[in-house]
Design a protein around this ligand. Structure first.
Ligand SMILES: Nc1ncnc2c1ncn2[C@@H]1O[C@H](COP(=O)(O)OP(=O)(O)OP(=O)(O)O)[C@@H](O)[C@H]1O
Ligand SMILES: [Mg+2]
Length: 369
């Protein structure tokens, strides 16, 4: 025995040929101290045992031609069944291309029976289980980072909503009070023309301030999202964008009913907001369209401009924080974000969100189109 090991190795061998199983068993015993080896002879037996015992195996060694299943279909089913257990494919086919294919189907390794030695089998078992362990640890760590980012994002949105309410309620009310006082003053003025002109100018200033406060509060937390839902909020965003920039802009939406929670709504809104800000700052565009399609349980949102396009170097620059934030927000809501850009056709930012199984909210929305 060359490599005595203290780790407990539980190896499930899915092999119907007694000679091949005996060989594999001998090889394992040559390298591993007191392994637990369980043999099953069909896919069905493997399925039953994996469902019954759960993920207790270090690896699964899989013969590619079983009586009840073989080849690609077998690998596909077995990898799905094993989830975190590495699957090492053992086969007599001397087809290299098929080996590569088995890896792309999720197998951890591919060994030809003709070339098998106790060392190559042992190495493969060690590498595969170690790789799976590292990948699982990375996935766990990514989950933790994502959950932290999620909490941070929620806290940020809550804080924005709080500041928005404060600004709206405090400043908004004071300014409305000021406007009423000025109106009373105007009424009680006894024909003093100069004073009347001054009061009118002050009322106009207060009106501008009320509008600014409303706008700032809205940008911090679009009340329309809460009151009327995402589409109305995006509609408002597009109208404001056109008003501010003079760039011809419109919203095209094929739905008045979205399958959606609050979290996706605010994140989608922020993605659209950043995309539009980028268009103002960088695109030099003359027209912008936001397209919303809700078909077959998928929500597609495209922000399309006819501007100068994003350079591919910039697109992959990890310091492009705006683009990165868009991707991160998409990740947070399990959506996909694709960016297609060229200097001829401008930029398309596409967000794809699976809406199947999510909470159904009846939209109370209005459309421009
Ligand atoms: N629609 C667009 N058209 C042309 N270029 C764009 C567009 N959107 C982004 N870019 C390019 O991609 C770069 C990165 O965008 P990103 O939003 O990450 O950063 P930023 O807008 O420069 O800064 P920030 O968003 O952090 O304030 C921009 O600097 C710009 O060169
Ligand atoms: Mg930006």
């Amino acid at each position: 025995m060359m490599n005595a090991s203290k780790t407990e190795y539980r190896i499930l061998v899915v092999e119907d040929n007694p000679g091949d199983f005996a060989l594999v068993e001998d090889f394992i015993f040559e390298q591993i101290e007191s392994p637990i080896i369980i043999q099953v002879k069909t896919f069905k037996e493997a399925e039953e045992i994996l469902i019954k015992t759960g993920p207790v195996y270090t690896v699964v060694l899989l013969d590619l031609s079983l009586p009840d299943r073989a080849g690609e279909a077998l690998i596909y089913e077995m990898v799905k069944l094993c989830r975190n257990i590495p699957v090492i494919v053992l086969t007599g086919y001397t087809d290299f291309a098929f080996g590569v294919k088995s890896l792309s189907l999720g197998a951890s390794d591919y060994l030809l029976k003709e070339d098998l030695t106790s060392i190559s089998l042992y190495k493969s078992i060690i590498y595969s289980s170690e790789r799976k362990r590292i990948i699982s640890a990375l996935e766990e760590s990514e989950k933790r980072v994502r959950s932290f980012a999620n909490q941070l994002n929620n806290a940020l949105e809550e804080e924005r909503a709080r500041i928005s309410r404060e600004i709206h309620d405090e400043f908004g009310q004071h300014l409305s009070g000021l406007k009423m006082s000025l109106s009373s003053l105007k009424k009680s003025n006894n024909g003093n023309h100069e004073l009347e002109t001054l009061i009118s100018a002050l009322v106009a200033d207060v009106n501008i301030s009320i509008e600014s406060v409303r706008q700032i509060a809205n940008e911090l937390r679009p009340v329309l999202i809460d009151k009327l839902g995402l589409i109305a909020a995006i509609e408002w965003l597009v109208a404001e964008f056109e008003k501010k920039t003079g760039i011809s802009s419109y919203l095209e939406a094929d739905t008045d009913q979205l399958v959606m929670d609050e979290m996706p709504e605010i994140n989608i809104f922020r993605i659209c907001q950043e995309a539009l800000t980028n268009i103002t700052k960088h695109a030099n565009a003359t027209s912008v369209k936001i397209q919303i399609k809700n078909t077959d349980g998928q929500l597609f949102i495209k922000i399309i401009d006819n501007g100068s396009g994003i350079k591919s170097k910039t697109l992959h620059n990890p310091l492009s924080m705006g683009l990165l934030n868009m991707k991160e927000r998409a990740n947070l809501i399990d959506a996909k974000l694709n960016i297609n850009s060229s200097s001829q056709n401008g930029t398309i930012i596409e967000l794809i969100l699976d809406t199947n199984g999510k909470k159904n909210i009846n939209s109370r929305r209005s459309f421009r189109n």
